[in-house]
Design a protein around this ligand. Structure first.
Ligand code: 4NP
Length: 166
């Protein structure tokens, strides 16, 4: 944890307009629901730079809203300081994790990188969060289902491992 004693989590996908901003909003809502707003800092970024400054994809925003998530993040690219600034860096698929590990400057930084799929419990056929960009509505709903499942589990584990009191 950093000096401000907030535990910080960075969610990462390719474009930072679909999966990772949704993960950021889902995790922020869970943190808020548990009364832990002041104990966490949640952000997201992309390994690619195609959409820098953009709001999340309209389809992702439309599917997230009825579940209570307003996606207002502006896309940004992962930067080297993220590896120092964040306690945990969570990739959505194997390509994200491999890009993130390759860009890490030290073993300690690489150890911060984990795979979101490892926290999915209720969807045994998924060990990653699939890119919905070229999919229909079901793809976006699936992403939200997987993220809600994985974030709940991830948050439980972070709380336990860091003795964060609720
Ligand atoms: P994301 O989805 O990685 O979940 O944000 C994508 C968004 C845009 C592109 C690829 C994936 N793209 O190639 O523009």
């Amino acid at each position: 944890m950093n000096e401000s004693s907030k535990y910080s989590v960075l969610f990462v996908c390719l474009g930072n307009i679909c999966r990772s901003p949704a993960a950021q909003a889902v995790m922020q809502a869970m943190v808020d629901d548990r009364g832990l707003t002041e104990r966490f800092y949640i952000d997201s970024a992309g390994t690619g730079g195609y959409h820098i400054g953009d709001l999340p994809d309209k389809r992702m925003r439309v599917h997230a809203r009825p579940r209570g998530y307003e996606l207002t993040h502006r896309a940004r690219r992962v930067q080297s300081s993220d590896y120092e600034d964040f306690d945990l860096i969570v990739g959505m698929d194997a390509a994200n994790v491999s890009d993130l590990c390759r860009r890490a400057a030290t073993i300690e930084q690489e150890r911060k990188v984990v795979m979101m799929g490892d926290y999915i419990r209720q969807f045994p056929h998924y060990d990653y969060v699939p890119d919905p960009y070229y999919e229909g509505s079901e793809g976006f709903e699936l992403v939200l289902d997987l993220l809600e499942d994985a974030c709940d589990n991830l948050l439980d584990k972070i709380i336990k491992q860091n003795n964060i009191s609720q």
